[in-house]
Design a protein around this ligand. Structure first.
Ligand code: SF4
Length: 474
């Protein structure tokens, strides 16, 4: 068994990245090796995402590629894990190239599932039958989370820590409640214990993860712990310097406490990801989002009043069922007022099994969705550009992530030469890091800075990226 090599490909959100890291750690402990090459792997795992149609299409395309490889290497085992596995179950297993289908709740069992499938040479299906009725406590999950800590190998000194799973919100377009099950929060002592161990291993920044992280709630010893309590407790851990949390739902519950913790605790990064999805009350209602555009803006005002300098990121869906031009203009207006640092904008595509898919007609044509997407991106780009220019000439503290994956160009209009050397002939590699407020910073410096804090003087900006020169290492 120890000679078996695994290739893992991950699609989707940070939650999936964390699952991939956990699976990798579990397989490593069980004696598996790893390879970057699909062609050399004995086992190929695909961690999937069902949130958008496009993400599923990419998985199917990848499976087609694997089918081709499997024709010449029939012993190669292919496992599909995560949200698509839960959503499609037996349908995926029926494909010639797929040997294992494993839902998010069964991921802690992945090592055993692979071993069993290899030994018995039979296909294996492991998904939750009635996911909304799954037990509120999952002992296997607790054990898995606490045994296998997860440094994201690609980003030194940083780690994700899941504080809860699932979602009870049922936004009408979203598949998450059907594939990830009900909300389950981890006990605070398990979360804090994990962060302490990570700090002991050199982790400096933790990101607390939850589908609706601000709804974290755990009753124990006569007290109800909320996310703010976790932030206070995590702040006391020596070695941890920055704490982030994603993703928040725009709700008042626990909001004041969380903002107060952000304002009071220097270690908690002043960055809030608060998806709005639409600026039209009619569309928000159709999405079952439980707030109005003005209520949402009030939440932003409160965040800015309580936490000066806070940077806010948003999410929007354009072209949702029934979205008229007037509705869309209300979204544009909300983006103008919100002054986000950045926004994630998606074109609506109905997800099978969701309420919107079953009850609402997908009325907006793809051409109109594309046009609204481009228009909204342009509005946000202008705002991001204005905000980024405020950094010119200033020094910012960043946590260095490592080598920049894509070479950034010298000219804001897209010069030809990658920025691999600066004007003064600096031949050091191009590195990337992030500020506390989540601005991406690109600069030249030694690769050894990865995982370290540094100060960078900003000399040039683009809407989503700041460029600068290394001022000093902290
Ligand atoms: S809050 Fe809504 S969009 Fe977010 S995971 Fe839950 S159902 Fe999906």
């Amino acid at each position: 068994m120890s000679a078996q090599t695994v290739h893992i490909k991950s699609f989707g959100c940070q939650m999936n990245k964390l699952d991939t890291a956990l699976v990798g750690a579990a397989l490593k402990e069980a004696g598996f090796g790893f390879t970057d090459s699909v062609k050399e792997a004995d086992v190929v795992l695909i961690n999937t995402c069902s949130v958008r149609e496009h993400a599923e299409e990419r998985v199917f395309s990848h499976l087609g590629h694997l089918k081709h490889i499997k024709e010449s290497r029939p012993d190669m085992l292919v496992g599909v894990i995560g949200c698509m596995a839960q959503r499609l179950g037996g349908e995926l297993l029926a494909r010639d190239e797929v040997d294992i289908v494993c839902g998010p709740a069964q991921i802690p069992q992945i090592t055993g599932l692979i071993t069993k499938t290899l030994q018995e040479k039979k296909k294996t299906l492991a998904v939750t039958e009635k996911i909304r009725q799954a037990a509120p406590e999952n002992p296997a999950l607790e054990e898995f989370e606490s045994v296998y800590d997860s440094n994201d190998a690609q980003v030194p000194a940083q780690a994700y820590v899941r504080v809860m799973r699932g979602c009870d919100k049922f936004c009408t377009y979203c598949v998450v409640p059907y594939v990830r099950g009900p909300e389950v929060s981890r006990p605070p002592e398990a979360v804090i214990g994990q962060i302490k161990r990570l700090a002991g291993e050199g982790v400096k920044q933790v990101t607390l993860l939850g589908q609706r992280v601000n709804s974290y709630k755990y009753n124990t010893c006569g007290k109800t712990y909320c996310l703010a309590d976790l932030l206070y407790m995590a702040s006391e851990i020596e070695g941890i310097e920055w704490i982030r949390f994603v993703t928040s739902y725009p709700a008042e519950e626990c909001y004041d406490e969380i903002l107060r913790a952000m304002a009071e605790l220097p270690k908690v990064c002043n960055h809030l990801h608060l998806p709005a999805q639409s600026g039209s009350d009619k569309i928000l209602k159709a999405m079952n989002r439980n707030y109005t555009a003005s209520k949402y803006l009030e939440l932003l005002d409160k965040a800015r009043d309580t936490v000066p300098g806070i940077a806010i990121a948003g999410d929007f869906i354009v072209g949702f069922a029934g979205e008229t031009e007037k509705d869309f203009q209300k979204t544009v207006s909300l983006v103008e007022k919100a002054r986000y640092k950045n926004c994630f904008i998606f074109k609506y595509s109905p997800r099978p099994g969701t309420t919107a898919d079953k009850r609402l007609q997908d009325t907006v044509s793809i051409e109109v969705k594309k046009r609204r997407n481009t228009e909204l991106l342009a509005v946000q780009e202008r705002i991001s550009d204005e905000l980024s220019k405020r950094f010119l000439g200033k020094e910012v503290k960043i946590l260095v992530e490592g080598l920049s994956k894509k070479p950034h160009l010298n000219s804001a209009k897209g010069g030809k030469k990658p920025d691999l050397c600066s004007k003064n002939g600096d031949l050091r590699p191009q590195l990337v890091g992030r500020t506390e407020t989540d601005w991406i910073v690109v600069f030249n410096g030694p690769e050894s800075l990865a995982g370290e804090f540094a100060e960078v003087k900003i000399t040039r900006t683009r809407p989503l990226t700041l460029f600068g020169e290394l001022a000093r290492k902290d």
